[in-house]
Design a protein around this ligand. Structure first.
Ligand SMILES: Nc1ncnc2c1ncn2[C@@H]1O[C@H](COP(=O)(O)OP(=O)(O)OP(=O)(O)O)[C@@H](O)[C@H]1O
Ligand SMILES: [Mg+2]
Length: 362
């Protein structure tokens, strides 16, 4: 037996192993715990371990391959610790909420362009119209679309020395990188900067008392979701998908990612599966019906609703006047109000309202 490998060499080797669900390496994801070396054997725990058996086996094989290649290593003892079961209480004491904010809900997808921002802005407006205090945080720092869709873009005020006052539009409090970095200059964000931008949006914005803080995530799996998962007590996440086969596959990836990160999946939204005729407002299925619903059933997660492809929704987004701002009776707005009611019910199920909640807010 050769000399024991140092911790650095072990971590460097593990740093080459990528999680298939998260598309990042195990070390930077902080998934490796309880690392020890004894008489030729490396002991470690993966926490959390991927929920899917196939992904677990893949990781196990990769970990063994890289570690057994190190001099002095003859065995690997790997312990898996699965993510907590759906509905169980989050264990992490280090995750903190935002003072005064009841539900923090992320809106994500596996793929870009499926309608996360459209869903976020219309949901936020619908929740606010129904009497809730709502904030919307645009976490897409690379390509912030919330200013355009909400029809507002100005520099927020700084209050109390270092707190940013959110803008307000259609009854929703808003923050976006677009407000702070106007113009077309691209911003290059690296991991740690992204982390601190997200933290500042959460903790240095004077959100006040909110029933819901919705977070519009950037496309894809990745850093923002990870940062949120590691630092913030979320009520959960909503996954938006379109019913084309590829997108459902990406939606699956997003569901796996949230499960992996111990973020409760509040449910699935299918967007643009049917088409609403702008003239007669009749709805036509474009894709085979029910893909989103089947996927929700497969993942044992609630199906929160199907939103039609509606030219009025796109035009409203482009003009900064989302249909939900027309009120619950407007035909284009209706599906979003239904979605808002289902989401509110689901959030209350995960994090029940304290009995005196209404009284406190009154
Ligand atoms: N239900 C819908 N009906 C009509 N148009 C829609 C609908 N949903 C989204 N769109 C349009 O599709 C485009 C993409 O939507 P959106 O920007 O909301 O997606 P996204 O997932 O946030 O994209 P990204 O990944 O780039 O952030 C926009 O032009 C939007 O107006
Ligand atoms: Mg978007």
């Amino acid at each position: 037996m050769g000399e024991a490998p140092g911790t650095e060499a072990i971590l460097a080797a593990l740093g080459e192993v990528k999680s298939p669900d998260l598309d990042r390496d195990l070390v930077s994801l902080h998934l490796v715990h309880d690392l020890a070396y004894k008489q030729g054997t490396i002991y470690l725990t993966l926490r959390p371990s991927p929920p899917a058996e196939a992904a677990r086996r893949h990781l196990e094989a990769e970990i063994k391959r890289v570690l057994l290649a190190l001099p002095g290593v003859t065995g690997v003892e790997l312990k898996h610790e699965p993510p907590r079961a759906a509905g169980a209480q989050p264990p992490a004491a280090e995750k903190i909420g935002v003072p005064g904010v009841r539900h923090i809900i992320a809106i994500g997808s596996g793929k870009g362009g499926v309608g996360k921002t459209t869903v976020s802005v219309n949901l936020a407006i619908a929740l606010a119209e129904q009497g809730a205090a709502v904030g919307l945080m645009d976490a897409d720092v690379y390509g912030p679309n919330v200013p355009r869709m909400m029809g507002i873009n100005q520099m927020p005020r700084v209050v109390g020395g270092n707190r940013i006052e959110p803008l307000s539009q259609y009854g929703v409090r808003l923050i976006s990188m677009g407000f702070l970095n106007p113009g077309d200059k691209p911003v290059i964000w690296r991991g740690p900067m992204l982390h601190s931008a997200v933290q500042q949006f959460l903790r240095q914005v004077a959100w006040g008392e909110l029933d819901y803080l919705l977070i519009d995530l950037p496309p894809g799996t990745g850093d923002v979701a990870l940062t949120l998962a590691q630092t913030t007590a979320l009520t959960g996440a909503v996954v938006v998908t379109t019913p084309s086969d590829v997108s459902l596959e990406d939606g699956r990836k997003a569901l796996n990612m949230f499960r992996y990160l111990n973020i409760e999946v509040l449910g699935l939204v299918e967007n643009m599966g049917s088409f609403v005729c702008p003239h007669c407002r009749e709805s036509v299925d474009i894709f085979s019906h029910g893909g989103g619903e089947r996927m929700a059933a497969e993942f044992q997660t609630p199906f929160l609703g199907a939103l039609p492809l509606d030219p009025q929704v796109r035009a409203g987004g482009d003009q900064g006047h989302p249909p939900a701002a027309e009120g619950p009776q407007a035909p284009a707005a209706k599906p979003y109000y239904e979605l808002a009611r289902r989401l509110a019910a689901r959030a209350a199920e995960i994090l029940p309202e304290p009995e005196n909640w209404l009284h406190v807010r009154a």
